[in-house]
Each structure stands twice: as C-alpha cells, then as structure tokens.
Design a protein. Sequence first.
Lengths: 223, 733
Amino acid sequence: MKAGVVVFPGSNCDHDAYYAVTQNVGAQAAFLWHQQAAIPGDVDVVILPGGFSYGDYLRCGAIAKFSPIIGAVKQFAAAGGIVMGFCNGFQILTESGLLPGALIRNTGLKFRCHPVDLRVETTHTPFTSLAEKGQILNIPIAHGEGCYTAEPHVLDQLEAEDRIVFRYVQNPNGSARDIAGICNAGRNVLGMMPHPERAADPLMGSTDGLVLFRSLLSVLAAK
Amino acid sequence: MSTITPEVVAAHSLTPDEYQKILSLLGREPSLTELGIFSVMWSEHCSYKSSKVHLKKLPTRSQLVLLGPGENAGIIDIGHGYGIAFKIESHNHPSFIEPFQGAATGVGGILRDIFTMGARPIAVLDSIRFGPLDDPKTGARNRRILEGVVSGIAHYGNCFGVPTVGGECVFHKSYDGNPLVNVFALGVIPKDKIFFGRAEGIGNPVIYVGAKTGRDGIHGATMASDEFTEESKQKRPNVQMGDPFLEKLLLEACLEAMHTGAVVGIQDMGAAGLTCSTCEMGSRAGTGVEIDLQYVPQRETGMSPYEIMLSESQERMLLVADKGREQEIFDVFNKWGLDSATIGFVTDDGMLRVRDHGAIVAEIRNRDLADEAPIYDRPHTRPHRNVPMEAPAFASADLKADLIRLLASGDLCSKRWIYEQYDYMVRTNTLAGPGGDAAVVRVKETGTSVAMSLDGNGRYCYLDPREGAKLVVAEACRNVSTVGALPVAATNNLNFGNPQRPEIMAQLVEAIEGMAEACLHFETPITGGNVSLYNETLGEGILPTPVIGIVGLLPTQAPVPSRFRAAGRTVMLLGGVGATDEVHFGGTQYAHVLLGQMWGLPPALDMALEKRVQAAIREMVAAGVVDSAHDLSDGGFAVGLAEASFDGVGAAVTLPASALRPELLLFHEGPSRILLSTNSPEEVTKLADKHGVPAVAIGATVNGQVVIEGYLSATVEELHQPWAKALESALNG
C-alpha cells in the first residue's frame, strides 16, 4: 500500500498521517503538493489530512476544493481509488461534493480536543472490513467545526444505504444522528472528524485507529 | 524649528537624562523617526534596563547548553545530533487591552523566536493569571478576559499546528487589572543547523519576508513598559493582529529556505519590528545595515518612515542571504505564497541607515541602539509586604468540607474547560498532556522525550521573594522528576510591578537571587527568558510572580501517570509528611481559599533534601517500581491524595502520628514530597534509603474511596464532581 498524503498550505496533520502509515502501519507514503494536478500512478490511497487548509478562510475546506489536487482526487475517486479525509480532510470532501452534507460549528461553539468513543456502524467498507460491527474505537477528536449536518432525506439515505461508518457514543459536537464518519455511494471515499492517525501508536494511548489502515491493507492485498 | 520638545521626549517614555544620552551619542538632535527608534530599543521591554545588572547573577552554563541567553532562544543538547530550543515570553499588557489578539500574538511571537533559530516547534505551554471570576465588581470582566485569552491561545496554536500540552491557570485579586499571559514554546533542531540573528558578510542582501507591514502595534514595546492608567484604554490600536495561517506558512518557508544553504542570518520581527531586527542583527555581527523603506511590502498607503520602522505587524522575518543566491530564497517564499523583497544590504560601517526613496531618514550606530541603552541599578530596599508574620486564630469545623472547597477553588480545580480547547495532540508526540505534573513530548528523531513544567507562585513570592523563587524552581524540577525526567535547563519570565519603586525593585532583586541559587543547585541553567515590569494598574502592583519553565529529559517510554491505576497497591509518601508550623502556613491555598488571608512565610525548603527526593523518584521511575507518582504542592497532602484518585481508584491511608494540628497536617504545602503507589514497596524503600530520604508506607489503594484515617472519609465521586465542574460553573457566572 502506498498512501499519498496531500499537503495544502495550512495542513498540519500531514506529517502525523505520514508517520502513522510508514512507522505504525508499515506501509509506504508520499506527500502530494496541493498544486499537483495528478495523483501518481503508484499511489493507491489518498489521505486528506487534518489542519487548516488555506487558513480555513471563508469556510473550512471552501478554498481547498478549488485546488488542482482536488480535481485530481475527484478523478482518482471516480475511478474507484480509495480516499480518506480526516477532520479538515472530511470538511474538504463535503465542500468538494465527494461526500454529502456539511460540517458546521460545534454546538458548544468551542474547539474540542479529547479522545472519544466511536461505534463501528458498518464493516462493508474497505476502511472497516477488519473491524466488527458495534465495535467501540477510542480515537481523538480535535476540531471547532465538526458538527455534521445534512437534509433529513440525505441522512435517511445514508442510513438506508449503510453509509454511516462511525457514530459517536457520546456526541461531542451536535452532529446529526451522532454521525462521526460517512462514506460515498461507491464506498471508496471516507470522511470522518476523529483522527485515526493519532490512535496508531501505543505511546499515544490508543491503537484503535490502526484497524482502518489494516483493513485497507488487507483489501488492497486481495486485489 | 526643533520638533523634539520635552513633551515629545516624554511622550516616548524617555527621561530627560536618556534624551541627553541620545544627544551625546548622535552628536546632534535626532529626527522624530530616530527618536522613535531609540525609544523602542531603549524601552524596558527591549533593553532590560532595570533588570540587566541582576539578570547577570543567573547561571547560564552547563555541559548541555549549546546556546545561552542573548539569541532568540536558548538551546540544549539532547543527543543523537539534535538540540531543543525553548523560551518563555509574556504578553501581559496586550492581553488586558484585547484578550484574544493579545494572547494569540503572544503565542505567535514566541513561536517565531523558536523557528527563527531553525527549530520546528513541537510544544507550547501557557502560564496564565487572572483576577477572581466571582468578584462582584470585576468578575464579569475577568471572565471575559479569561475566555478571550484561552480562545486566543487556542486559535493561534491549533491553526499553526503546535500542541499546547500543559501550563497553569491561577487566580488572585492582584491580577484584576493586570492579567499575566506567559507562553512557553519548545522546538527541535539539528545541532549542526542552528541559525543566528546576525547580519554577516559585507554586501550581503537584507531580505524582508512574510506579512506586509501595517500600522498595527506601533509602540507596543513602549506600552509594555508602562503602567496602565485610564489613558491606556485608548491604546487598543497598539495591540497587534495575528494570523496563525500566515505564521504556519512562514514556518515552513523559513525552514525550507534555511535548507537551501543561502540563509546567512535570520531574526523575527517581534517587539519593535523592523527597528529591532535590523539593529540587533547588525550589532551582533559588528556590521552596519542599510535599508530603503520604499522596498518594504506595505499593507497600507501613506505610511511614514516612523510608522514603518515602529510597526509591530506580525508574521514577519528579516534575513540576510548569501549575495547572488537571493533567487533561491525568493523561490521558496513564492512557493508558499509569501512576500519576500530585498530591502537593503549589510555594510561595514556599523550604522543603521534608513532611507526612504533614497533620502536618509535615520542614521544611528547599531550598537548605540542595541547595546548602549541606559542600564539602571535601581534603588531597592526591603521587599514590599503588607501582611502580618503571626497567624490569625483559625480552626476547621469540617476537614472534608474544607477539602471539597479547596478542590473547587480557582487554582486547584480542573482546567479541562481550558485545555480541551487546545489541540494538545497534533504532531502525535504527546506522551503526557495537560492535567498531570509535567507534560511530556517525544522527539521522534531521537529516542529521547522532553518533560516540561511551568510554575509560579505569587503568594509565596510576596511573603518572601527569595525563598518563594527557590520554591518555584524546586517545584517545577520536582514535577519534571516525578515523571522520570532529569531537569536540565530553565527559562524564566519575571512578572513584577514598577521597578522605580524601591520596595518593588527589592522583590525583583531577591527573586532573581533566589532563582539563581536554586537553578545553580538543581543544575538547571537559565538559557533565556523575559522580564515584564510595570505590571500595575492605577498604582496597584501584582503579586511578584516569577514564572519558571523547567525542561527535563527522559528516554521515550510511556510516562508514569500521576493517578492511581489499580486497587491493592501500597501507597507511600516519599519525603514523609514534612515539617511545618503556623507561620509557614500563611502562603498556602488553605490560608488563601478558606481563610481569605495571607501571613507569615512560605513553606520552608531544604534544597539538599529536595534534590535527594527528586533523584530518588527518578531512579524509582527508571527502575519501573512505581505505578503512579504525584508531587505534593498546592493544597498539600489531602489535595494531592484526592487528585491522585480522580480516575476512580482512591486510597485508604493512615498518617504517622504527628504533633501537627489537623489543618496543618493535611493541607500544609511543605515541598520535597511525592505521593506514589507501588507493587514493590520494598524496592521503593531500598531506593529511598539509598538516597537518604524517608519513604513512609501509609496505606493502600482502594476502589472509589478516599479515607484519611481519623480525619476524613469521602467517596471519590464526592470529591471529583466539585473539582471537575468548578471552572465551568464559575465561567457561567
């Protein structure tokens, strides 16, 4: 597995994702600069990391969607390529239309950083194939705009199509229906507010995030 | 025709004598721009004119010190070819005027000090002090200031991508009109790639990079060197505006530019902006710097030379490049979308020469600005103190109720509401985050981790500045030792009132001397720091508040937690129950919170014993014989025991027979004590004996209960709830 970690001006979890993939998972990784207009052929997973892309001016992720790399990510995803967006990456995915809904300010109006418990809602994704349905994962959040919101019919559709990947056990930000992470209809694009790359090293207090990367490894190996 | 009237001189906070010195250095009358330049460089904030003679007393050297005071940050060797650069800075005055931006730019300023050395910042800690939140008159304002300061720190650090991993938050009436915001930052640097703020190489280009210059922050440094009066409320425009996104780009671009090998010297534009960076870089290298202001990227039109030279616009750097390699620098800054422009060059005549479209607007010797500021050995008498030596009559009606009130008090309650607004995990290095005795971050490039603790205690230092400062150093070192790290270096932030009052100056002098003695004893040289004076509002000074930041090193491993982990472990008190009396009880949290009084002296410190206790706990942690370890400090034994129980596992203990009355026994703050739990009490005893310190087994850990036999008994929940909720309730008014 080779992960391409996108670097926007203002990305600040890019090195963390790179480190988790290479040191904790034992796979390969490369950085992809935001001005690049193509995803290199040897990359089989694109990671949109956390941070404050372009300063999150206007709205979180609103400027990133116009970057050359996002055009390339859209093509990559359309061709079935695997894309993961964590935190700001999730915000960019909703802004650029790769995932439905939007992430707005936490209902408590404050930035919140702490570990949360997530429940795995589906294992029918390449990101959770090695997890168990109902499994609780302890993974940190760190965001001010993580309240997931969408039209009721969109939420109904996400539920009907088994596309809600993670729910908060205790909702920290007011997200609709406790949603912490969702995937697209093709099930190859995942967006989630929590940071699995921060729960990949025993020294960080939890390795519950590893199941996502290991699931990807096994799915890619089977290809 | 002279525009420089005595009123103009006074408006620049320069004394008539200082103006005479300027006249004799220049040999002529200064222009208004030159007067402005002198006034910021000779301000207390930039020149340390009142503290310099005393700061020399601080120890600054050890085998590990790669770089001591004088540059933008000190650097310590951590082995494997790497060093750590760190420093603490204050932004007290701006944070009172505009809490959010004041605190945010405080974070921005100290981060630039770190990465200007070539280090990538990996941790921030903050030490913040406010007036009481529940004061009927000032509480609402204090709450607003706290909320603004915390969101300012969060905004800047989170967006920049540096974890805010610890700190302290303290309340006292004396900070009502003068909050303290001290921010510490630490970065990692390859030992062979340290950059200096030096304008070397005659003819080399001087390049301006980063944000454009605007009118914000003009005279910030002189404001920071004045007391607050009714007038200073008008000074809001003096507070700078921060943009952490721009700073993040500046960090990446600077590190990348340094990597090209084309950077000769670099310095951030902090206090006194372009003025300070040009003359200091020239002065350090013994060179001159000539610039033309027409090339300075500007955000506004019609700015005068005076305004451009004195602006404190944020997120700017000045660098000197190898002549002929400018383009390599420009390419890097273009890549990151930042301005960069050659604004001048290095000369051989030692002058700061400022032109505006060719015409000279200022011409002053660099060293006159950077090194010739007046130095004052200000008169100092006995430290100011206005409390009795003798204790008042007091008696506790209910020790459990006292403990609960202490746990719910401002200084001791949970600070979760604050630290959860900080991203304390970004960069995935945080082994121990906020809420413990010391924060620990690993350095991925090496097998070494860094433990950090910030400590201050205004009440101790008010009662006895010398002993108080020693206690502060001892506690910060103890915090770092408790997680198993060897304290190796320090940085200090000296927050005091008006040094022109001899009884305030005496506080400063004695605190520095106490700090020097303690830092020498604990082998933690001070590699840099900051002095913030004139922390007074309407003639009322703050408690003398020297804040120390201690840095320690330990092998990268899961750190020992401060809380009990499992029932059935032996609970031991390393250092014993300690000795005290009523006079030494007057600076405690008990006296402050429950009696609303201050008297007597701070706790007595035996530095030799303290050092042995710290060596003992470090060896115990290294040997893996302790399950948990928590240092006893504010609130004493009972508070420490409760805090260690807050993961649900409490303890049932019996203290050895003591002549001390119950209030003193449970709540005295005698230092040199660590509460630990262990599965190997014999090993702990053996190691304690080896270091010549007592280790008393006092009981065992139990689920859900905190029992001090004969004194109090409570469920963990009864103690935890008030502690956990206090800050949020207070903020909700």
